[in-house]
Design a protein around this ligand. Structure first.
Ligand SMILES: *Cc1c(COP(=O)(O)O)cnc(C)c1O
Length: 221
């Protein structure tokens, strides 16, 4: 089942990239396995998937031992990181995509034992629940993170307001690309189950797809 879904998503990524005149190999698929059992991750791994996204530090900390070695798999934190979990997160994840403050960047830089990849999360909508740095505050944060010797700044990440209609997200994706260009950053983590093809048309280099691969998640209580 998961293998079939992955094949389907990879084909859709390839078609969207082709439409946009881009190479499919320039778009990485992050399989978002938050709240899904370790067995689902292993099934996706067996189907060739190597890059995974998780949202909750403690939930992944519990699941990680069940995955065994899996030394060539990579795990990105795509959910909010609280400052009291930076040390655990730095040890557990290959990248943190949700850095949005100097405080979190400083703690990760001080606490990581190996160089850590990071993305800065940018808040482009004014929804209360969304995290991220405001576009006006991005410049000093980019400078700060570029000065952190243990952090490698890869690019920007965003989450537009959810909508059934992927066209609603398009201006947000475009805005993120403009911001990345202004700051000389190459990678754009944007696009989810509902809008990843639009994100690819707008330049996404990582799309984060959960539901279309692993099925619906239970609603948080
Ligand atoms: C859950 C989540 C996703 C995946 O969402 P789907 O709609 O299930 O594909 C992507 N990005 C972030 C930040 C998420 O929290």
């Amino acid at each position: 089942m998961i293998a079939e879904k992955l094949a389907e998503i990879r084909a859709r990524i390839a078609r969207a990239a082709e439409r946009a005149g881009r190479r499919a190999s320039d778009v990485e698929l992050i399989a978002v396995s938050k709240v899904k059992p370790a067995s689902d991750i292993l099934e996706a791994y067996a189907a060739g998937q190597r890059l995974f996204g998780e949202s909750y530090v403690q939930e992944f900390q519990r699941k990680r031992p069940e995955l065994g070695d899996l030394s060539d798999a990579k795990f990105h934190l795509i959910g909010k990181l609280q400052s009291n979990k930076t040390r655990v997160a730095a040890g557990l994840f290959d990248a943190v995509q949700t850095v949005a403050s100097e405080k979190i960047a400083r703690r990760l830089n001080d606490q990581t034992e190996t160089p850590l990849d990071v993305f800065l999360e940018v808040k482009l909508s004014d929804e209360e629940a969304k995290g991220g740095v405001a576009p006006e505050q991005l410049c000093p944060l980019v400078d700060y993170v570029q000065g952190c010797t243990n952090l490698r700044l890869r690019g920007l990440m965003t989450m537009p307001p959810w909508s059934q209609d992927p066209e609603v997200a398009r201006p947000y994706f475009r805005r993120l690309r403009e911001l990345a260009e202004q700051h000389g950053l190459r990678e754009l983590s944007m696009g989810m189950t509902n809008d990843f093809e639009t994100a690819i048309e707008e330049g996404a280099t990582c799309v984060r797809v959960g539901t279309a691969i692993f099925g619906k998640r239970p609603k948080p209580a």
